[in-house]
Design a protein around this ligand. Structure first.
Ligand code: PLP
Length: 310
């Protein structure tokens, strides 16, 4: 099976490298056809589902997961239904329809969209595509580490952001399957969306009562069990940054690299831009530039104004 995702560039961040006196490298997942790393995992899940006989893909997400499922469904030539809550902006709905997926708007919140998705998937020809909690998703996300290893690039820590933990689980799986079980990971969330950090503090999975961060892409109220399990088996340092720091990182990244990313991605970049103490022991950090569709010049300008008031 050929992949639906593309191999992405591995670039040095020269300005940050000079500033921190480290070799800061970037895995540019924003360049995926889906605008985020999600095509790696969700693409693989969709591909395997279709190979196993599914003729209809159903994904409850108005975010990057839904868009990745739409891209995957179009590439695989199967009927694809993306169910989004009413809060999903018109431009995102437009982008999903333009790719050829069916769009259903259901309910005020994700949970209601999810309930409808689960009902539709009682049809045996339909496959439920979750945003982060599936072994095929982790297996697919792990390919980003495979690529870096194949390029013979050396790194001594990986920095990635965490929503539900599908990216983190993929990164850890990728390290382990490439003989890098000792390489630590800095797992970054924004305050107000820090469901992994809360779980590590509590010593068990935690469901956050509310998401209060502007980084809505990181707003999973509860992480996947696997992501939490990995914090016990692998050297994972959970870190939180403020919304203001995540936004500032997006703005600086736009200036430095001429690339727009969501605050969800800015969170990971902020660890380097803020030169947080957690980074001190490392010389060759690899930052997963997870990307995201939910950004354009107007949104970034608005975030900049917001940041000034935070
Ligand atoms: C989905 C996503 C995340 C979080 O990934 P999880 O697998 O939910 O932890 C972070 N950044 C971007 C841009 C995303 O699309």
């Amino acid at each position: 099976m050929t992949h639906l995702h593309i191999p992405t560039p591995l670039l040095q961040h020269r300005a940050l490298s000079a500033q921190l006196d480290k070799q800061v490298w970037l895995k540019m997942e924003n360049t995926q056809p889906s605008g985020s790393f999600k095509l790696r995992g969700i693409g693989l899940l969709c591909q395997r589902a279709v190979a196993a006989g599914a003729t209809h893909l159903v994904c409850p997400s108005g975010g990057n997961a839904g868009f990745a499922a739409a891209v995957a469904g179009a590439a695989l030539g199967v009927r694809t239904t993306i169910i989004v809550p009413q809060t999903t902006p018109e431009n995102v709905r437009q982008a999903i329809r333009a790719i050829g997926a069916e769009l259903i708007v259901e309910g005020k919140q994700w949970d209601e969209a999810n309930q409808l998705a689960l009902r539709l998937c009682q049809d045996p020809a339909a496959m439920y595509i979750p945003p982060f909690d599936h072994p095929d998703i982790w297996d697919g996300n792990a390919t980003l580490i495979d690529e870096v290893v194949k390029a013979a690039h050396r790194f001594d820590v990986v920095i990635c952001s965490v929503g539900g933990g599908g990216l983190l689980s993929g990164v850890v799986q990728g390290l382990q399957r490439n003989g890098l079980s000792q390489t630590p990971v800095i797992a970054v969330e924004t305050e107000g969306a820090a469901s992994l950090h809360a779980a590590v503090q509590a010593g068990e999975l935690v469901t956050l009562p509310a998401i209060t961060s502007i980084a809505s892409t990181l707003g999973a109220s509860r992480v996947a069990q696997q992501a939490f399990q990995y914090t016990r088996e692998h050297d994972i340092k959970t870190v939180t940054v403020t919304d203001a720091q995540a936004i500032q990182a997006c703005l600086r990244f736009a200036d430095d690299m001429r690339v727009l990313v969501e605050p969800a991605c800015g969170a990971a970049l902020a660890v380097a831009y803020q030169n947080l103490a957690v980074l001190a022991p490392y010389q060759r950090p690899l930052i997963v530039v997870c990307g995201g569709m939910g950004v354009d010049l107007a949104i970034l300008a608005k975030l900049g104004t917001l940041q000034a008031s935070l």
